[in-house]
Write a protein that binds this ligand. Structure first.
Ligand SMILES: Nc1ncnc2c1ncn2[C@@H]1O[C@H](COP(=O)(O)OP(=O)(O)O)[C@@H](O)[C@H]1O
Ligand SMILES: O=C(OP(=O)(O)O)[C@H](O)COP(=O)(O)O
Length: 412
């Protein structure tokens, strides 16, 4: 890959800004449900600290309103977890875009949820220029978010004095590049979960590449509705029915298979103590919501995956966080683990499911990305990677005003 890597950069005494993906699932009480993404970023953080850099880390968490972070959007639980893993307190800095918070060489701070900053989502170059004033080296180690064109992923990479990939980003791109260059056939992609609109846009081109497309969660509901089945109050996107039909046509054009559940677990409420029914897909009532796949679907899915040569899995097929709706994702995790196929899985909640169902050591490659690795598989250039590559091209120049380095490190 043609970009600068962290190991190529002199870090001693430098103010290093690391963009990570600490978008981790939280439990109802606000504590972390899974810390895989935080553990995966430790090598990059430790390399910077050991080299004597002043380390500033940021990430997004969830999809908050810009300029209006609430306590539920805070990275505070992440700061606590990171502090435990590093064996030192990690101060959380709020209102950080103009620097001035002070971090000394050998110290580390966590900068509050970057999606709270006005201009982050819009990839604002002016916001990037403000941040670049207190950054010597920009490190992107956020593979899980590399498919988003946002300020701390893209514009800042173009504006910082030096921009490089962290070890997690490098390792993910290398590993996925090798694994997906010539996948053993049949290639089965499982695309499920709740991020219906962003994942559906990926599916049309993915449908041209895969032999089997397994649809679950809110994405399956959208396809079921597009085929005319009743989905009641389920999570789905009625506006994407045409897009779903186009995906099915694209698959059919090369004899690809779309797998949808034949039976489901429907509930009257989104709650662990909801009244539930196991139903064929044509029998969901108007006031019910589909929250998991049923037993026949679990069996047919396992049989289908037995025949795959390569499996890529992103997204749980049910609301596995709630016990009555966990069986489908448990069965899927078991089927991926039992398969002889080369298996790749990832995504914020998928990582939590993999940990919960104890299948991590039977999956060939676990990625911190979900949507990111699907876009990588699709063959799209990830915007964050494109920015790093642009900086590595001969003659490429940093954009934005020259930083004045006026926010000298202050004692914390
Ligand atoms: N039928 C469903 N209805 C509502 N939510 C669902 C359904 N199936 C799965 N989910 C939810 O999808 C979420 C994960 O979706 P997503 O963020 O797209 O996955 P990932 O983080 O692995 O990429 C989980 O919190 C799960 O509860
Ligand atoms: O969790 C993430 O993606 P994933 O759910 O595909 O794994 C990334 O942090 C991206 O988050 P976003 O989909 O809110 O941009």
């Amino acid at each position: 890959m043609n970009f600068l890597r962290l190991s190529d950069v002199d870090l001693a005494g430098k103010r290093v800004f690391i963009r990570t993906d600490f978008n981790v699932p939280l439990k109802a009480d606000g504590t972390l449900a899974d810390d895989t993404r935080i553990r995966a970023a430790l090598p990059g953080i430790l390399a910077c600290l050991e080299a004597g850099a002043a380390v500033m880390i940021t990430s997004h968490l969830g999809r908050p309103l810009e300029g209006a972070l609430t306590p539920a959007d805070s990275l505070a639980p992440v700061a606590a977890c990171l502090g435990d893993l590093l064996g030192r307190p990690v101060p959380l800095v709020r209102d950080w875009v103009d620097g001035g918070f002070g971090v000394r060489p050998g110290d580390v701070v966590l900068l509050e949820n970057c999606r709270g900053n006005v201009g982050e989502k819009a990839d604002d170059a002016a916001l990037a220029a403000r941040i670049a004033r207190f950054v010597d080296v920009y490190v992107n180690d956020a593979f899980g978010t590399a498919h988003r064109r946002e300020c701390t992923l893209h514009a800042l990479a173009l504006a910082a004095p030096v921009a490089c990939a962290g070890p997690l980003m490098s390792a993910e791109l290398d590993a996925l590049g090798r694994a997906l260059a010539q996948p053993a056939r049949p290639l089965a992609a499982i695309v499920a979960g709740s991020k219906v609109s962003t994942k559906l846009t990926i599916l049309e081109s993915l449908a041209g590449k895969v032999d089997v497309l397994v649809l679950g969660g809110g994405i399956a509901n959208t396809f079921l509705a597009a085929r005319g089945y009743p989905v009641g109050r389920s999570l789905y996107e009625p506006d994407l029915a045409d897009a779903a039909r186009a995906v099915e046509r694209r698959l059919a054009a090369h004899d690809g298979v779309a797998w949808l559940p034949e039976d489901v677990i429907a509930a009257d409420r989104f709650a662990a103590d909801a009244r539930t029914r196991c139903l064929p897909i044509d029998a969901v009532a108007g006031d019910e919501m589909i929250l998991d796949i049923g037993p026949d679907s679990r069996r047919s899915l396992a049989e289908l995956l037995e025949r795959a040569g390569t499996i890529v899995w992103n997204g749980p097929v049910g609301v596995f966080e709630l016990e009555p709706f966990a069986a489908g994702t448990a069965a899927l995790a078991g089927a991926v683990a039992a398969s002889r196929a080369f298996s790749i899985a990832g995504g914020g909640d998928t990582l939590a499911a993999i940990a919960r169902f104890g299948v991590a050591n039977r999956i060939d490659y676990i990625s911190t990305g979900g949507g990111a690795f699907l876009e990588f598989l699709e063959g799209r250039e990830l915007p964050a990677v494109a920015a790093l590559k642009a900086r590595a091209r001969p003659g490429s120049r940093r954009i934005g005003p020259v930083p004045e380095f006026e926010n000298e490190p202050q004692p914390t």
